[in-house]
Design a protein around this ligand. Structure first.
Ligand code: TEU
Ligand code: CA
Length: 570
């Protein structure tokens, strides 16, 4: 069979992307905050993983209300992270090790401390006033919109100097830019060119699906939101009228002139809509990170609350299969199990108890690195770092948790339930400092860390795992090598074998004349698996997180959280 992908190889389809959250990765100067020189000094470690590209969360000039997602100068570096010279040095050093750099671009909003907004909010006559989105107070109160990080949950905040409300889908300190203003788009395109000209290899666009708004701001009642756009405002926000026109313009004006991968963070996009963004003939973007995988197990209609009983394995299989199949003819997918906005991968999808932490983390990595999509690994997950589970609201630094709590208190809600929910879903779970060693502050800093370090660093750390050939860290390195050496694991067809409620996710990956079988038991109980395969020879077993495979006369019995990959006999 002449394969559709053969004429369509791209580096970013074969890439494994490692995400570094600079604030928590490595502190070089003892101020307790991770920085660029910290990343620079850890480059050998990053390279040792075998990854192809680094995605760095925002390090631009910022008051840091949302840890850098509130930018006050797009062309400058926040001093606590270092300088532009440090960044240039990091680019050069990374390129010297064949590691590409992907920068985070926040173009839906700026900080309220950005020059544009500082001027805009002084007067309606200010030339920058139309850079943002305003509702004049003479029209009365603006129709409700949800502000994710607003203490009252409202996306409009009143400004006396202009007698109008500014729109902010996130916190009031993150005013949304007015993409309908061609001047704004011109400025943003120039800014993107600035970074691309510097030689960045990719752009990850933050909250990109939210850039276009229906500027008539129709009244949206909760009932209408439910009926038309699902419960989550993300879906409504992602359906702005000019979204695709703007993405096509951005492609025409900027992106197509560079050889950089472009990735949308795409809250509110379903598998039915993804090709509109990434099909080659649309000329918009290369990749899109969806949220459907992240919301499995969420309590219906609730923000940031998951079912403590766990998630549905049927849904897991259905969603990941659907998001694989949608790219069979066009486009290309991404896959991730955690990032800086999510709890720790092993705590959310595996089992972080002593008994199963390592096994389940190995299984999750086996999944992540054998699917037909570009995998993203979030720093620290390769060590099996877990949720910190703060027991006091004061331990949280994250604006999202703090604002949710303020809102809850105003509504008279209880702290205990809130804390329980946040232990499972809070973003700070995934943001605690990287656990390098068993020494003071986990080797992250010589000062006082900006966010508490998980106490389990004495046993879960890089140093210990380097010494143990059976560790998760070494297992991840082997998986990365396996994926890089086998095009079947990148381009091969994906076929689901277990269309049932069982927690066994089994699939094959087939490319030309090689087929790999992947068998994953996503549960803490032994599971039978009626295999069509004959038992593989020892040398064809490529991955196994147990010493043996229990192949009985009645078929295979998968041990708790067992993950196996083997090459099928020709
Ligand atoms: O995340 C934004 C985003 O789209 C979602 O996390 C959103 O909050 C959710 O889907 C609402 O249902 C990005 C960044 O990754 C995050 O760290 C920032 O805080 C946020 O944008 C604002 O810039
Ligand atoms: Ca520092």
């Amino acid at each position: 069979m002449q394969h559709r992908c053969q004429e369509n190889h791209r580096w970013w389809k074969e890439a494994i992307i490692y995400q570094v959250y600079p604030r928590s990765f490595k502190d070089s100067n003892g101020d307790g905050v991770g920085d660029l020189r910290g990343i620079l000094s850890s480059l050998d470690y990053i390279a040792s993983l075998g990854i192809s590209a680094l995605w760095i969360n925002p390090v631009y000039r910022s008051p840091g209300r949302d840890n850098g997602y509130d930018i006050s100068d797009f062309r400058d570096i926040q001093p606590e992270y270092g300088s532009m010279a440090d960044l240039d040095e990091l680019f050069a050093a990374a390129h010297g090790k064949n590691i590409r750099i992907i920068m985070d671009m926040v173009i839906n909003h700026t900080s309220d401390q950005h020059q544009w907004f500082k001027q805009a909010h002084t007067s309606r006559e200010d030339p920058h006033y139309p850079y943002y989105i305003w509702w004049p107070a003479e029209k009365g109160k603006p129709p409700h919109r949800c502000g994710f990080f607003d203490p009252s949950g409202e996306a409009w905040t009143y400004n006396a100097a202009t007698n109008s409300y500014w729109l902010h889908y996130f916190s009031p300190e993150q005013p949304d830019l007015n993409w309908d203003n061609p001047e704004v788009r011109r400025e943003l395109y120039a800014m993107l060119r600035f970074w691309l000209d510097k030689g960045v290899d990719g752009l990850r666009f933050d909250a990109l699906t939210f850039i276009s708004k229906d500027m008539s701001f129709p009244e949206i009642t909760p009932a209408l939101l439910k009926e038309k756009f699902h419960d989550d405002w993300g879906y409504y926000y992602a359906s702005g009228p000019h979204l695709h026109a703007y993405l096509q313009e951005m492609n025409r004006e900027v992106l197509r002139h560079y050889d950089a991968v472009t990735i949308a963070e795409a809250s509110g996009v379903f598998s039915t809509g993804v090709l509109q963004f990434v099909a080659e003939d649309r000329h918009e973007l290369n990749l899109l990170c969806h949220f459907e995988g992240m919301i499995i197990g969420y309590l219906q209609g609730e923000f940031k609350r998951v079912d403590p009983a766990g998630y549905s394995r049927r849904e897991w299989k259905e969603i990941y299969t659907r998001w694989s199949d949608v790219f069979n003819e066009k486009g290309w997918g991404t896959i991730y199990l955690g990032n800086h906005d999510q709890p720790r991968m092993v705590s959310r999808w595996g089992d972080d108890s002593e008994t199963f932490r390592e096994r389940s983390a190995k299984l999750l990595f086996t999944f992540l690195l054998t699917m037909r999509a570009t995998p993203f690994i979030y720093n620290g997950d390769e060590l099996g770092m877990t949720n910190i589970r703060f027991t006091s609201v004061d331990d949280y630094e994250d604006i999202e948790t703090r604002q949710l709590y303020t809102k809850l208190k105003a509504q008279g809600g209880g702290t205990e339930q809130f804390l329980q929910d946040q232990q499972l879903t809070a973003r700070d779970n995934g943001r605690t400092p990287m656990q390098w060693t068993a020494g003071p502050n986990a080797g992250f800093t010589e000062g006082r860390p900006w966010l508490k370090i998980n106490e389990n660093y004495t046993s879960i750390n890089r140093e210990a795992q380097e010494k143990d050939p059976a560790s998760l860290l070494h297992f991840v390195r082997r998986l990365i090598r396996l994926r890089k050496l086998n095009p079947a694991l990148v381009y091969g067809d994906y076929a689901l074998l277990t269309h049932d409620d069982s927690p066994v996710h089994a699939y094959t990956r087939t490319w030309e004349n090689s087929t790999f079988a992947v068998l994953l038991n996503l549960s803490g109980e032994e599971q039978p698996f009626d295999s069509l395969f004959s038992p593989p020879s020892a040398e064809s077993v490529l991955v196994n997180n147990y010493p043996v495979i229990n192949w009985t006369r009645d078929g295979l019995r998968l041990a708790p959280w067992q993950a196996i990959v083997f090459a099928c006999a020709r």
